[in-house]
Design a protein around this ligand. Sequence first.
Ligand SMILES: NC(=O)c1ccc[n+]([C@@H]2O[C@H](COP(=O)([O-])OP(=O)(O)OC[C@H]3O[C@@H](n4cnc5c(N)ncnc54)[C@H](O)[C@@H]3O)[C@@H](O)[C@H]2O)c1
Ligand SMILES: O=C/C=C/C=C(\O)C(=O)O
Length: 486
Amino acid sequence: MKEIKNFINGEYVTNLSGKTYEKRNPVDNSLIGMVYEAGQPEVDAAVAAAKAALKGPWGKLSVVERCAMLDAIVAEINNRFDDFLQAEIADTGKPAHLASHIDIPRGAANFKIFTDTIKNVSTESFEMRTPDGKTARSYGVRTPRGVIGIICPWNLPLLLMTWKAGPALACGNTVVVKPSEDTPSTATLLGEVMNKVGVPPGVYNVVNGYGVNSAGSFLTAHPDVNGITFTGETRTGTAIMQAAAVGIRPVSLELGGKNAAVVFADADFDNAVATVTRSCFENAGQVCLGTERVYVERPIFDKFVAALKEKAEQMKPGRPFDHDTKIGPLVSKKHQAKVLGMYAKAKEEGANIVFGGGIPDMPDDLKDGCWVQPTIWTGLPETATVVTEEIFGPCCHISPFDSEDEVLNKVNANRYGLATSIHTQDISRAMRLANAIEVGLCWVNSWFLRDLRTPFGGSKQSGIGREGGVHSLEFYTELRNVMVKY
Ligand SMILES: NC(=O)c1ccc[n+]([C@@H]2O[C@H](COP(=O)([O-])OP(=O)(O)OC[C@H]3O[C@@H](n4cnc5c(N)ncnc54)[C@H](O)[C@@H]3O)[C@@H](O)[C@H]2O)c1
Ligand SMILES: O=C/C=C/C=C(\O)C(=O)O
């Protein structure tokens, strides 16, 4: 039986409480291993190790030396690509082609982008005359913020954790990572990489467990944590922001969304169908940037619904390494129940079920997995639950629109503001809409196309702050101004 331990001060440790919980494979509900839940003692030890490491060899490295160590992390993640692939797939059940093209490559890329950034970023400097006729020169100095608490969700476990650990370490901080209880494996495995490349003990720590009354809340409440970066549900973000208020610690929040795709009649139809298919169903809809609201200009509405239905019908569920698998399970029985509950709600509210709405027929050996059908609805009002609330599953509601103003108002009427995709060949219209849509991320004729130098984050109730390239420095460093009179 696999044991998934905590990684504290360079060592894999269990816990004082002896408390463990089961990690099950979402594909067939088979038992993968037992996870040692970190309690207050383990979180205290991890934070103490991280704090001490700031004053040790890690804190004395030059930027170039630190980046050389991160480059070694990149190389070792790539050396152990298959180990990370197997671990991520065991935890999530996602198709191997998805994990091998997105999750694991981004695990390495999320360190590389920040070594490139930190080596080439400058700070500002100004000169002024002083009242007594002398001169003064000011300049900025960026220093690490300190111990960073990193709390991650279960949908893109390695990608989303390294999207935080990469800049945190590149900027000279130390980290305590709390992966989702549902996906502990890749964050824990990364500890082996840290030891292999010689990252000093205490720089990278992992405490496994839950949120409330467990490792998550112990970490956010810890007074020696100097900043908290979180990705997860909006309501959890509220709780974490409240915890961070004690001691005035900054937060970086990447939260929920209810993202729209807007398809105009002049769009490249096949590209729009292919792109919206990805944005609705990729990773079984478990992507924060995913589309759950599709607005289609009326002249092509029926044609678009039929085309998306055909794509959904082709989404063959199956085992991760089966070549014909097009969609995997949801991450857990708990999440499967949540999504099926929303499917039932849509039916109760009178949705026209174009496709799906339940559990797919699976072979006997997979029947106990966390499967749901890709699902398409039409016919609901904008006020319907599945049109306003985040579901985080492979489903979308499609509705027609007749004007730019109408669709803009519908897209903006939601409390979230994370991502939108706009499909049109009229670039002036695309830019007009992109300037008016209240989101952090807007794609035109594309989706989830990522340049890691660009600002990434949500507006409204989808988050606080931007991460990516130089934008990550705002959270992961303190900027001090020095003024020299001479
Ligand atoms: N904006 C983004 O970039 C982004 C990316 C991925 C997922 N998400 C969002 O995450 C959600 C799905 O992930 P999830 O179910 O893991 O989210 P979640 O909020 O339930 O949990 C996220 C993490 O927070 C921890 N946690 C929960 N309560 C906590 C508390 N009170 N204090 C400290 N830690 C706590 C959990 O253990 C987990 O590690 C969806 O809403 C999705 O939109 C957003
Ligand atoms: O599920 C949410 C996906 C988030 C993606 C990123 O944070 C990224 O691509 O950097």
